[in-house]
Design a binder for this molecule. Structure first.
Ligand SMILES: *Cc1c(COP(=O)(O)O)cnc(C)c1O
Length: 495
């Protein structure tokens, strides 16, 4: 049976999975959601024996029902190949009394590779299926990691162009270098004078601009999104929670049917939503622990039922989570509103107009699977430091937020279920913060010198992605004001 998708903001109309991937965002500004979450049709005993690629097929075929087996397997095998530095794609590592699922072994050493290495293949396959002849222009706002992962995924993919906006000064030195050195004739990178929310709101406005859409169509272009609002970004992420659970079982760390908790360092709410979908597919997950940094909008939301973005935007050492509007939360709001698109649209318009909204007590009850937590900058540092001291394992700042929140949750609640932590970036990517957390003496040392030192103290190999940028040439130096994004896009496309 075909699983169809609809917008979170209107009752009318459904699209196929491939149409939803192509469009990115619905015409009414809503996000595409499947009409229901499909169940796994294989057993855990079968999943236990599967490779990452096989697991990906078992999960994704349930969501992307208008892709043929051949098409989907081709997408999966083109994505999860030697671009990853380990055959298992997402290694599961026991650190102290928790399990880290390392999602940073792809081209850009952060977890967004998990979805962005497959999205270009899903998108070009979807274009073929729907007889799209226009060139696809990927427009993306990034808080650091998405940008590079999308650039790496789309570089030189025929029939596509990609334009990435990032907040000037709001990403790490390594992240910036990774983006501005990107090769590929179809790539463009723009630093905007503003923060990530400005970049993201700007991109959303471009997608909703009918006049621009028409101008682009006349010039042979059509926009699509690689941001985590695209359902083609979300579905591949469900895979790794299924995979992690099956591996815990295979390694006899848990018994059949045993429930685990999952802690996810959260920004745009994509990764943790994927975990929620995995739970609904049938993976025995108890709590979904949503870990925020000092931009703790989500923590406050889970506690009070009020989502309020009216607050100072704090630059932290986990910049990919410095977000005040978590776009993917809309999919959860829609779900807990009983799939009531009108109710959801009303709340989203309050968010746009007042910067806040409050859910009903009934909706709040449906959030029982979630637990909010946050870590301060000091607690994040402390988590990196003590974990290294006790185990020799070095984690990045984002993962450290999750690690700290997970430990606090266990202590405060007494809930001793085994805990899986989504480990979202390599420590090499946020090396300065990581190394100074381990020892203050590194504070004045240059980032590039710290690379060898991290390799030495952690006994890990320097990732290829880091080796590459050491000598790479800068290829992008465009900047623009946050209110000039439209003009900039037109300039890049010569429209
Ligand atoms: C994007 C990102 C996150 C946040 O993930 P969301 O899906 O946006 O919640 C966490 N850690 C790192 C390293 C990231 O790049």
């Amino acid at each position: 049976m075909n699983l169809l998708y609809k917008s979170t903001r209107s009752k009318e109309g459904t699209v196929t999975a491939s149409e939803a991937i192509l469009k990115g965002l619905a015409d009414d500004g809503g996000l595409f959601v499947p009409e229901y979450i499909p169940k796994l049709d294989v057993t855990m005993d079968e999943l236990k024996e599967m490779s990452y690629q096989e697991t990906a097929y078992a999960v994704m075929k349930q969501f992307l029902t208008d892709f043929t087996e051949e098409e989907l397997k081709h997408c999966i095998n083109s994505a999860y190949d030697s671009k990853f530095d380990t055959e298992v794609i997402a290694p599961l590592v026991k650190v102290g009394d928790v399990y880290h699922l390392e999602l940073f072994h792809g081209a850009t050493i952060a977890f967004k590779d998990m979805a962005l290495s497959i999205l270009p293949h899903l998108l070009t396959t979807a274009a073929k299926k729907n007889n799209v002849t226009r060139e696809i222009v990927i427009l993306t706002a990034t808080s650091g990691d998405t940008g590079k992962a999308a650039l790496a995924g789309f570089a030189d993919v025929p029939g596509t162009k990609i334009i990435v906006f990032y907040p000037k000064g709001g990403v790490s030195r390594v992240q910036e270098l990774q983006m501005v050195t990107q090769k590929g004739d179809n790539t463009a990178v723009v630093a905007i004078h503003g923060n990530f929310d400005n970049a993201q709101s700007g991109v959303k406005a471009l997608f909703e601009d009918k006049e621009l859409e028409k101008e682009l169509a006349d010039a042979g272009y059509q926009f699509s999104s690689a941001n985590s609002i695209n359902i083609g970004r979300l579905v591949p992420q469900v895979v790794y929670y299924v995979y992690a659970y099956a591996k815990l079982l295979q390694n006899e760390e848990i018994a059949a049917g045993e429930e685990i908790n999952v802690t996810v360092p959260t920004g745009n709410f994509g990764n943790i939503l994927a975990a929620y979908y995995a739970k609904q597919m049938g993976v025995p997950i108890a709590k979904l622990i949503c870990a925020s940094n000092e931009n703790k909008v989500l923590f406050d939301f889970f506690r009070t039922g009020v989502y309020d973005r009216n607050r100072d935007f704090i630059l932290t050492s986990s910049p990919s989570m410095d977000i005040l509007i978590s776009s993917n939360l809309e999919r959860l709001i829609y779900t807990i509103a009983g799939q009531d698109a009108d109710r959801n649209a009303e709340l989203m318009s309050q968010l746009r107009e007042r910067g806040s909204y409050e859910i009903t007590p009934e909706m709040k009850e449906r959030l029982a699977d979630f637990e909010g937590g946050f870590a301060t900058e000091d607690e994040t540092k402390e988590a990196i430091h003590t974990t290294y001291e006790r185990t020799g394992y070095v984690m990045d700042t984002h993962t450290a937020v999750a690690s700290s929140v997970c430990a606090k949750y266990r202590k405060d609640s007494g809930d001793q279920k085994k805990c899986l932590i989504a480990s979202t970036a390599s420590p090499y990517k946020f090396i300065h913060s990581v190394m100074t957390a381990i020892d203050e003496k590194y504070a004045s040392v240059d980032e590039f010198e710290l690379i060898d030192e991290l390799s030495r103290i952690s006994g890990t190999e320097i990732p290829g992605a880091i080796q590459e940028i050491r000598n790479a040439q800068i290829r992008h130096n465009r900047e623009c004001d946050a209110d000039k994004m439209k003009e900039t896009v037109k300039e890049i496309l010569s429209v």
